[in-house]
Design a binder for this molecule. Structure first.
Ligand code: UDX
Length: 490
């Protein structure tokens, strides 16, 4: 018998954040109940299928279901009966009528927990990204309706595509707590494996914990928009933004990450978090402090428009009825997430302008087909580029980085490529006869090149076995007859 029984856990909301958190907490050995109002999603997860593509998640989901540590339900009352700690992982999307975050799902979870009789020893732990001040408001609701129950805020910093790795090996843990409560001790016990492995823990108040998350996302977005603003200046002056970023990155105070110029950031987090942070600052009377984030957003949206303009230019000014291939639909590689995807924004803009647009993505094809029936979604790179007059590489999947330009050239009508993510080797593509263009890079190679710019990539991806790759990706590698260029990887 254990002296201290391990707390049982519920994870409410089984999207990217919640499903990954539930699976990873089970992997850490806890008994976990995942809760969602979406019955389809609960059925899928219970059957061992992940409702979205996230490397490594499906295998851990299945092994923890089999081990009996993990189960799923639509009933929040079951969560209250079953668990001591309730993680709140529901979405906080942008409101349809303003830039602010829509908190209805978070409030509904708190109402549900209270209505189900949240007990006095319970701990509620928020992980969703919320406007500063939310936790204090929710804590007051809980204190009034469920005396003795506690609330903590423990923001999540996981990146899609690395969700399992980031959850099991976080950079830091942030606990927003009130003094004198049990929350810190419970959270330390839940995350003891990470803490024993020297993960830094920042224990702070509610407001600071909430701010860490939105400030981190605002900083990352600012870094990307900074280099994309430099890219605009490069376009006006003949400078090369890739060489500029490389030179900046040698300064340790600046560093190489998130300085990859291109069509900008997207996804379910950065765009809406940057906007919600500004909206909250205005409500708090400190709007001017964050007004620069309006520029960050504007630079980001301009990057997409610049890519569309460049495609027009390379098509001689008239995209009507021209065959355009878009490689990439997901907002980033190793994800099937198309929320606010810059790639699909560019693709749909060219479609609106009359082009025939064929899109290929190794994981996001089905989502793109559902949401954008007017785009032709191809099953392979070759299917997308066949007969194309221009190819746009808009998501930095490794299989696009490693395409052999000479082999690809045989399939297109005109060898013209826009590298929307700065991940192709311009010399290799030009050497194979392509017109290579990228935002912020001169149309012709620089006359003086002292060294090849190193790739400004994120933390490298763990290699995945072929069996874990989506079927379409396997098909491309095995069947399409394209040779890969090893040195271009990352
Ligand atoms: C982000 C944060 O990184 C994560 O900590 C937070 O928890 C959620 O939001 P994510 O949405 O998964 O994670 O995406 P991220 O890896 O940050 O990339 C965001 C976008 O920026 C992608 O569209 C990516 O292609 C783009 N990007 C990234 C660039 O355009 N340039 C870069 O240099 C880096």
């Amino acid at each position: 018998m254990r002296a201290q029984p391990r707390p049982t856990i519920s994870v409410i909301g089984t999207g990217y954040l919640g499903a990954t958190h539930a699976v990873c907490m089970a992997e850490l050995g806890f008994e976990v109940l995942g809760v969602d109002i979406d019955a389809n999603r609960i059925r899928q997860l219970s059957a061992g299928d992940t409702p979205f593509y996230e490397p490594g998640l499906a295998a851990l989901l299945r092994s923890n279901l089999e081990a009996g540590r993990l189960s799923f339900t639509c009933s929040i009352a079951a969560a209250v009966d079953h668990a001591d700690v309730h993680f709140v992982c529901v979405g906080t999307p942008q409101r349809p009528d303003s830039q602010a975050a829509d908190l209805r799902h978070v409030d509904a979870v708190i109402s549900g927990l209270i209505a189900a009789g949240l007990g006095p020893r319970s701990l509620v732990v928020g992980k969703s990204t919320v406007p500063v001040g939310t936790t204090a408001r929710l804590a007051a609701r809980i204190a009034a309706a469920a005396p003795g129950a506690e609330l903590a805020w423990n923001p999540e910093f996981l990146r899609e595509g690395f969700a399992v790795e980031d959850t099991l090996h976080p950079d830091r843990l942030v606990f927003g707590v009130t003094s004198g409560g049990r929350a810190e001790a419970v959270l330390r016990a839940l995350y003891s494996r990470m803490i024993d492995a020297s993960t830094p823990v920042i224990v702070t108040d509610y407001a600071t914990a909430e701010l860490v998350k939105v400030a981190a996302n605002a900083f990352l977005a600012t870094k990307i928009s900074f280099i994309n603003a430099m890219s605009e200046v490069c376009d006006a002056t003949g400078g090369d933004v890739v060489e500029l970023a490389d030179a900046l990155a040698h300064d340790d105070r600046i560093g190489p990450l998130f300085l990859r110029a291109g069509i900008g950031y997207g996804g379910g987090c950065l765009p809406k978090d940057v906007r919600a942070f500004q909206a909250r600052a205005r409500e708090l009377g400190v709007g001017p402090a964050l007004s620069f984030l309006g520029e960050v957003d504007a630079v980001n949206m301009r990057a997409r428009a610049r890519a569309v303009r460049l495609a027009h230019e390379l098509l001689g000014g008239d995209p009507m009825n021209r065959a355009v291939a878009v490689l990439g639909a997901a907002f980033k590689p190793n994800s099937d997430d198309i929320r606010d995807s810059p790639a699909l924004d560019v693709a749909t803009a060219l479609r609106r302008d009359g082009a025939h647009v064929a899109v290929y993505d190794p994981a996001a094809a089905a989502n793109a087909r559902d949401r954008h029936p007017n785009l032709h979604i191809a099953d392979s790179v070759i299917g997308a580029v066949a007969g194309a007059e221009i190819v746009l590489v808009l998501t930095e999947w490794s299989e696009f980085r490693t395409l052999d330009p000479a082999a690809l050239r045989r399939h297109v009508a005109r060898p013209v490529v826009i590298d929307g993510r700065g991940v192709l080797d311009p010399d290799a593509w030009r050497g194979a006869g392509w017109t290579y263009r990228a935002l912020g890079r001169p149309p012709r190679p620089a006359t003086v090149r002292h060294h090849a710019p190193r790739h400004l990539a994120e933390r490298p991806l763990p290699e995945r076995p072929t069996s874990e790759r989506p079927t379409s990706e396997r098909h491309l590698h095995q069947g399409a007859g394209l040779h890969v260029v090893d040195k271009a990887a990352h």
